[in-house]
Ligand binder design. Structure first.
Ligand code: AMP
Length: 186
């Protein structure tokens, strides 16, 4: 299965992707994780991305696409993949289609996790305490939700137009949501 997982910050993409990785036996590719690893390693790319990520804005399309091309160069994606955190805008959605078209590994399903805004805010506040992520402070959270509405939400329509979109309610227990996603993939 080659899928992208869509949803607002706090919608549970990371949690579900980790479980789907086990169920589907395919790699989980998170652009946020790749970027956080680059920041932690202090690479030139990480140094460039750090402040932008902390502010809650998007890192440049060029940087993220370069990182993704490198990741998609690895052989393990032949079995499929769960892409989490990408695409974040329409230009990225088109770039991804270009890249995967060249690799002859097009996206089969785009799963949108639908979660109410109050739930997102509650989950992000909880995560800020539990994980201490630099971009889970109140100002960055606000910015990330605005960026999501303005730039990322249009990506849902993009996949609807391509006939690959499925929408899944992202509220309930982790297991209930996982079962819904697996059912939607069938
Ligand atoms: P995430 O872990 O997916 O919530 O991503 C954390 C942060 O990494 C985002 O707020 C962005 O600053 C950056 N980021 C992750 N994925 C992308 C992407 N596809 N395009 C641009 N920036 C990204």
């Amino acid at each position: 299965m080659r899928m992208v997982l869509l949803g607002a910050p706090g919608s549970g993409k990371g949690t579900q992707a980790a479980l789907l990785k086990q169920s589907l036996a395919v790699p989980h590719i998170s652009t946020g994780e790749l970027l956080r690893a680059a920041v932690a390693a202090g690479t030139p790319l990480g140094l460039q991305a750090k402040a932008v990520m902390e502010s809650g804005a998007l890192v440049s399309d060029e940087i993220v696409l370069g990182m993704l091309e490198e990741r998609f160069g690895r052989a393990d994606i032949g079995s499929g993949f769960i892409l989490d955190g990408y695409p974040r805008n329409l230009a990225q959605a088109r770039a991804l289609d270009g890249l995967l078209g060249r690799l002859k590994l097009p996206v089969e399903k785009a799963v949108q996790l639908d979660v109410a805004e109050e739930t997102l805010l509650g989950r992000l506040a909880g995560r800020a305490k539990a994980e201490g992520r630099a971009d889970d402070n109140p100002e960055s959270v606000k910015k990330r939700l605005t960026v999501y509405q303005e730039q990322t939400a249009p990506v849902i329509d993009y996949y609807a137009e391509h006939g690959t979109l499925v929408r899944v309610p992202g509220e309930g227990t982790v297991d209930e949501i996982l079962a819904r996603i697996l059912a939607a993939l069938r």
